[in-house]
Design a protein around this ligand. Structure first.
Ligand code: GLN
Length: 304
């Protein structure tokens, strides 16, 4: 199987697709992006890299960063993470408030905004050092010292983050936040505003394809058991209310973000990332989904 040829084939197929979705205009700084951007990158556990399109261009990874903050929380708190956040798919949109009152302030899972705000709170003692630690963690996994926060995007989210403010205050009212809502949200908005390329993202996700150990940075990021659990959660909740559709069409653990990125892993083999900024109704990259569906179809590899 020639992965480079497969990527080229996918690029060609999606190029002519005119229904490219809609940019995440609820965050004004993301609204103006060119919907024709497309990049895809594969990193294998034996260190091979394959790229196509704008695979080296930085974009806002948004909710994909929730995998990094959850990894940090699992490193520090292991199973105790689940005292404050659930492990069930939500079936609701990523920024939904609706279940939180019925379930007394325990978010359904760590990948919807409410859950990620709790995870961010868990690892934050002081917002400024936390932002530095998170960035070092991510730079180390990608091996790219240029990975950075896009301060314009973070500020834009802060100015338009009415739902996230509501979620954080609601969580605080249930005693499920230790920090003040605005402190947690400061870290959360920066986390969402991390910018990197598809190539960086595939390197950063490779530990999940290799039992928790990154052959790229030569470190155990999570234990075998933790990485197995992370992948299960990604499969059931990584794409919010479209997790079922993603499992059906692509069949891999994966995580999306409203910047139009999706990262996925084939355990024992590789990590694959794609970026196309137009989103469907669930807030997932429209062309990105199609590209990953073609990827598992043409390679014939899947977890099932
Ligand atoms: N920062 C975004 C938000 O809170 C993340 C959402 C996403 O990528 N799904 O709305």
């Amino acid at each position: 199987m020639n992965i480079q040829e497969i990527l080229l084939q996918i690029e060609q197929e999606v190029h002519s697709d005119t229904s490219r979705g809609k940019a995440a205009d609820y965050i004004p700084a993301l609204a103006e992006i060119d919907l024709n951007k497309f990049g895809m990158a594969v990193h294998t556990i034996d260190g091979q890299e394959y790229k196509v399109g704008q695979a080296d261009e930085f974009f806002s990874i948004q909710s994909i960063a929730k995998v990094f903050s959850l990894s940090m929380a699992m490193q520090q708190f292991d199973e105790k993470v689940w005292d404050r956040v659930g492990k069930e798919p939500s079936g609701t949109r990523f920024n939904s408030l609706v279940q939180l009152e019925f379930e007394e302030g325990i978010p359904r899972n760590p990948f919807m905004n409410a859950g990620a705000i709790v995870i961010t709170d868990m690892i934050t003692k002081n917002p400024e050092p936390m932002k530095k630690d998170l960035l070092s963690f991510v730079r180390n996994l990608t091996g790219n010292p240029n990975v950075s926060y896009d301060f314009e995007v973070a500020q834009s989210e802060k100015e338009s983050g009415y739902r996230n403010v509501a979620l954080a205050n609601f969580l605080k009212s249930y005693n499920n936040l230790n920090n003040e809502p605005e402190e947690v949200l400061d870290v959360y908005y920066h986390q969402s505003a991390i910018q990197m390329s598809c190539a960086d993202l595939s390197r950063a996700f490779i530990f999940l394809a290799n039992k928790g150990f990154s052959p790229y940075c030569e470190q155990e990021v999570l234990s075998l058991r933790q990485s197995k659990r992370m992948n299960s959660l990604l499969l059931t909740s990584g794409l919010y209310d479209a997790a079922g559709d993603f499992a059906y069409r692509v069949g891999l653990p994966g995580k999306s973000g409203v910047g139009g990125g999706i990262a996925a892993v084939i355990p024992g083999q590789l990590a694959v990332s794609v970026w196309s900024p137009g989103l469907n109704e669930s807030g997932n990259s429209k062309i990105g989904l199609k590209a990953l569906e073609l990827f598992t179809t043409y390679t014939g590899i899947s977890v099932f």
